[in-house]
Design a protein around this ligand. Structure first.
Ligand code: NAG
Length: 533
């Protein structure tokens, strides 16, 4: 998902951030180009504040040291004109895992997903490769992601949540409230057994990637995985899975035998069953056996990615001057030009989602709870227009339909399973409901490009808390910086499209030395809009 992360249209931004020097770049750009530049015209969501309002009634974040809002000075200047107070505000979010929130320990994961002790040794590895999950905002999404990895069999001790919130020690000290977008519950993550690593300052996506790399150097990890926080993953518990999910790319195989093997995995309880984690170790083993010059293995674009540190070093890491979108195009192109391979491979079921399960206990197969999900930032209900269905009822309908077809499918599959033990079959019939639920959540996210990233605005509180930042302002800044990054990409390569290898004859040393290819004698030629794919 390098691509997902970066492109507004395709992307799922797991990691959103903005940075001081990014602001400087943007500011100087604006000074040079003026407000009517291409740059601003290209902005995808320039009216974001108006359509996706924040809870900023009056001037709430503004609390002085004495605990009261500073008085507006009576200095002869008129009071500023305030933006209209939004009428549509998403409902407050709920913690998605009440059991952990109450201080209890998580229930056991399905026995067949429990990772074998020191499993990495079975695949020739002398250390446990870490899984980095970057977090900037929206705790329910992060928690869902982490719990899905753990219940699918990923060892918690190898998961490193990278807290990249820019709130210094506020979360560690429990000073933020759940409605604050940057809220993260250290105690809950500890109870799950995962590690939290705090970035010293708020990093952009590209900086975060370079931060993973620097950690990998510090700790002598030649290979590592990273995942986006809006992934919901499962192992192939039910055997073969042929569903094409919206985030999936064409998977690549080395040969037909391998393809058959990968596409027909044994189900849980059967000989040869492997979790997504075991498949990840196996994939690393296979890659090392087969290739010297590999860079990434993507398991649904970069929603989950295996990284070869050596390749990153060989091309000089991520370009920090492209904070978000476009940076993946730049990275992939530089790697490919330099002969490093990237492949789309298949190790498990990965859903790219924008919604959260109502209670994450369902991932532990609690049969007393039905898998249901909620959009943390449901679209505003517009007055009914003829011929236009409303979003929310449709979602409810889908969930109901899902529940009934699930039961039928589960019964049929149970009958077919024969030899599988009763306990495993019980767990698998519940698993099928989870898979269906994940599929529906993925479809919902991709129902319309406009709404793909709305979940990022679901939490708007935290006024008066340490390091408070207006959530709409954060979102707007994100898109401004994202567009600045696209412009850096265009100027660096003199080309607007994402795939430099397919679309140009550029080599790495051409960076910043070539004239733009959109300036031609053709009168119709126009500067391309952006570097997104
Ligand atoms: C892959 O794993 C096998 C054992 O399953 C091991 O013998 C082999 O050395 C491993 N390959 C690499 C490159 O580590």
């Amino acid at each position: 998902m390098v691509r997902g992360i970066f492109s507004l249209r395709r992307g799922v931004t797991g990691i959103f951030v903005f940075i001081f020097f990014g602001l400087i770049i943007t500011a100087s750009y604006l000074l040079e180009e003026g407000q009517s530049s291409e740059f601003l015209k290209n902005l995808p969501i320039s009216n974001l504040g108006a359509t996706t309002p924040g809870g900023n009634k009056g001037n709430p974040g503004n609390v002085a040291a004495n605990g009261r809002p500073p008085k507006r000075p009576n200095n002869g200047h008129p009071a500023p004109k305030m933006k209209p107070v939004p009428t549509h505000v998403p409902p407050p979010i709920r913690d998605p895992f009440p059991l952990l929130e109450r201080g209890e320990r998580p229930p056991p994961i399905p026995s067949y997903n429990v990772p074998r002790h020191e499993m990495h040794h079975e695949y020739g590895l002398d250390y446990v490769p870490p899984l980095f999950i970057g977090f900037t905002r929206q705790w329910p999404m992060l928690l869902q992601c982490v719990v899905s990895y753990i219940t699918a069999g990923w060892p918690p001790e190898s998961i490193i949540v990278v807290e990249n919130t820019g709130v210094q020690f506020s979360n560690r000290q429990g000073k933020l409230s759940l409605q604050n977008p940057f809220y993260l519950n250290h105690a809950v993550l500890k109870r799950l057994g995962v590690t939290v690593l705090q970035t010293p300052v708020l990093l952009t996506f590209s900086q975060m990637q370079n931060f993973f790399l620097s950690e990998a150097h510090n700790r002598a990890w030649p290979y590592y995985f990273y995942s986006h926080q809006d992934s919901l993953v499962y192992s192939f518990e039910d055997g073969a899975d042929t569903v094409h999910r919206p985030g999936d790319r064409e998977f690549e195989f080395y040969d037909d035998d391998e393809k058959h093997d990968i596409m027909n995995p044994p189900a849980a309880g059967k000989k040869g069953y492997r979790t997504i984690y075991e498949n990840a170790l196996r994939e690393l083993n296979t890659t090392l056996d087969r290739e010297d010059h590999w860079a990434f293995r993507w398991f649904q674009y970069d929603h989950l990615t295996l990284v070869n540190r050596e390749a990153m070093d060989a091309v000089g890491g991520w370009d920090n001057l492209m904070p978000y979108y476009g940076s993946d195009c730049d990275m992939n192109a530089r790697l490919a030009m330099d002969g490093w391979t990237m492949k789309h491979r298949r190790i498990g079921i990965i859903n790219d989602v924008s919604t959260v399960l109502d209670d994450l206990i369902v991932l532990y197969r609690d049969k007393n709870v039905e898998p249901k999900w909620t959009d943390p930032n449901p679209p505003e209900e517009k007055p009914k227009e003829e011929g236009k269905a409303e979003e929310k009822p449709k979602q409810e309908e889908e969930q109901e339909a899902a529940a009934s077809t699930d039961e039928a499918a589960a019964a049929a599959a149970a009958a077919a399973a024969g030899a599988t033990s009763e306990a495993i079959e019980g767990s698998l019939s519940y698993f099928r409901k989870l898979v269906k639920t994940g599929n529906d959540m993925g479809k919902y996210k991709y129902r319309d490009d406009e709404w793909r990233n709305t979940w990022q605005l679901s939490q708007r509180g935290g006024q008066g808390e340490p390091y408070y930042y207006n959530s709409d302002g954060f979102a707007q800044s994100f898109w401004i910086l994202a567009e600045a990054g696209r412009e850096v990409y265009r100027q660096k390569w003199g080309h607007g499209g994402c795939d430099l290898v397919q679309e140009t004859a550029l080599i790495p040393s051409d960076a910043w030395l070539v004239e733009p290819d959109w300036i031609t004698d053709e009168p119709a030629a126009e500067k391309p809009k952006d570097g997104r794919r």
